[in-house]
Structure formats: C-alpha cells, structure tokens
Write a protein that binds this ligand. Structure first.
Ligand code: CAA
Length: 285
C-alpha cells in the first residue's frame, strides 16, 4: 500500500517548478514551494497567476477553483520549510552541483521514507541519488512544458531505485492526471531522445538557409499536425536548456544528430534564449 501523500514540496519555481506546483495544487494537494529569494518567489507567483489565468479563460478552471488552487500553494525561501512534506519534486536549474547540494540538504531535513524526485532533463538521477543516504528513494519525474497542459511524465528509475518506490511514483503521477512512462537512467530518457535530434536538425536546416523559419515551422504544423513548429518549440523550451539536453545526449551517445548546431550556441552567446529573454528564433512582446 502506497504511503499517503498530502503535502508536496517543490524546490525551484521557474517555468517548470511553477507548472508542477500548479498541477499538484490542481489535484487537491497542499504544496510548499521554495525559491532562493523573494524575487524568485515573486517570479514564481507570476508564472502561476499567468498560467491559471489562461486555464480560466480557456474554461479549464472556474474562478473559485482558481483561488482554491492558488490558496493551496505556500511560498518560502528556505529548504527547512520542507521538513513536514510527504514527497519532494526538485526543479531548479540544470547544475549538477546545485542539485547535489539541494538533495544532500533535503536528506537531513525530511523524514527518511520521503521520496525525492528530480525534474532534470539532462543530468543523471543515479549521480544525484548518491548524494543522499536514500538513493533507493530517488527518482526522476520529468514533466513537459507547459506542465499543466501536457500529460506525459517520464519516471526515471536507477539500478538502485526500490521497486515499491517506482510503483508509488507511477500511482502518484496517475493521481495527478498524468500519463506515466517508466525508463532507465539514460540521457534524454524517451521523449527528448527522440525529439531533440529533430529539433537540432531543424536548426541546421535554418542555418543552411534551407527554408525560412516560418516555412520550416509551417511544414511541421500543417504537414505533420504538430502543435508548434520546431523553431517555435525551441523558443518555448529555451535555447540554453535545449543545448544542455543536446550536449548531454551527445556526450552519452556520440550520435552526430545530437551535436548541437553551431547557430544554437551563437544565439545563446548573444543572449537570444527564446521566449524567456523576449527573443530567440522569433521575437516576443
Ligand atoms: N491548465 C490547464 N489547461 C490549460 C492551462 C492551464 N494552466 N493553460 C492553457 N490550458 C489549455 C487551454 O485551455 C487550451 O485548451 P484547448 O486546446 O482545449 O482549448 C490548451 O491548453 C492550449 O492552450 P492555449 O490555447 O493557451 O495555447 P496554444 O493553443 O497556443 O498551445 C501549447 C500552446 C500548449 C504550448 C501547444 O502549442 C503545444 O502543446 N506545443 C508543444 C509543446 C511541446 O512539445 N512541449 C514539450 C517540450 S520538450 C520538454 O518540455 C522537455 C524538456 O526536457 C525540455
């Protein structure tokens, strides 16, 4: 019988952390979030307000449901705020050192049976897990952007993850209304391993002036029924994040498909990271 999970900690309130907090609160869970400082909390609240506003205008939430959802989320700036939670999801930036420190700290603060999930898309869950005294209770729980809309959650198990923990996390993801898939600890997991070769190829085609950005995107939207074209999707993901994912897959597979396109790196150096900086392949207000 799975443990009762009623309060969940979310570390990091960027796009993904805020989206995950929304999903949890929407399922009736109490959520305790932790950011680095008050500015981070304000940014996270902003994401939540904006996203739930879209849910409201799209008829996915009513006004009382929206305020009940937002009321279930608490905000803090110290990991010690997570001492009483039943489950933790970490969604901080993709730095191994930062994540290892957070997990080591969480290990001291939370009850020993609490499961830790990382939303990492490019780091090894095995390596993160060994920074705790409970590597058998550390998994990946990889959500997709926008987390409140997309149903997939990849559950990443390592060679030491306890089978009961995998079963618990699968059940938990289903309780959130998500579709879980289980995968071993390999760079790219399932979806990114398939998706990013395609995205990278689109950047190369654009770089070689094969077609305009609009035509590249239109081809995949109207020819293949994808909701967004590859360059618009890269802007949504963030070019820096996409580059990290490609680097990590290339490092593991040495498949040239995953060697980041030179243009991607140049755009990152120039600060064109996509929607989050107002400019990537396209320009945003
Ligand atoms: N809660 C619930 N539903 C919400 C919502 C919220 N907070 N916000 C929006 N919605 C709903 C809307 O009501 C709408 O529903 P209908 O289709 O039933 O009308 C739907 O979500 C779409 O929302 P919008 O109309 O506001 O936006 P859109 O039509 O422009 O779609 C999109 C935007 C959802 C991003 C869509 O284009 C899409 O799915 N794109 C592909 C995204 C994708 O591939 N993401 C994966 C990236 S890879 C990744 O994330 C992994 C990684 O490691 C980087």
């Amino acid at each position: 019988m799975a443990r009762d999970i009623s309060t969940v900690g979310v570390v990091g309130l960027g796009t993904m952390g805020a989206g995950i907090a929304e999903v949890l609160a929407r399922s009736g869970l109490d959520v305790v979030t932790v950011e680095l400082d008050e500015a981070g909390v304000a940014r996270g609240r902003g994401h939540l307000e904006h996203s739930t506003e879209r849910a409201l205008s799209g008829g996915k939430l009513d006004a009382p449901g929206r305020s009940a959802l937002l009321d279930r989320i608490r905000y803090g700036t110290s990991l010690s705020d997570l001492s009483e939670v039943d489950f933790v999801i970490e969604a901080i930036p993709e730095s191994f050192e930062l994540k290892a420190d957070v997990f080591a700290e969480l290990d001291k603060i939370t009850r020993p049976e609490v499961v830790f999930a990382s939303n990492t898309s490019s780091l090894s869950i095995t390596e993160i897990g060994v920074h705790t005294a409970r590597p058998g209770k550390v998994v990946g729980m990889h959500f997709f952007n926008p987390a409140p809309v997309l149903k997939l959650v990849e559950i990443v198990k390592t060679v030491v993850t306890e089978p009961d923990v995998v079963a618990e996390v699968v059940e938990f993801a289903e309780r959130l209304g998500k579709v879980p898939v289980v995968i071993g600890d390999r760079a790219g997991f399932i979806a990114n391993a398939l998706l990013f070769g395609y995205l990278n190829h689109a950047v190369r085609m654009y770089e070689q002036r094969y077609a305009t950005r609009e035509d590249l995107d239109a081809a995949m939207r109207f020819g293949c029924g994808y909701p967004m074209g590859p360059l618009a999707l890269l802007d949504l993901i963030g070019l820096d994040t996409a580059n990290e994912i490609l680097e990590s897959m290339y490092h593991q597979s040495r498949n040239r498909l995953h060697a980041p396109a030179p243009l991607l790196k140049q755009m990152i150096t120039a600060g064109l990271l996509g929607r989050k900086t107002g400019r990537g392949f396209y320009t945003y207000d």
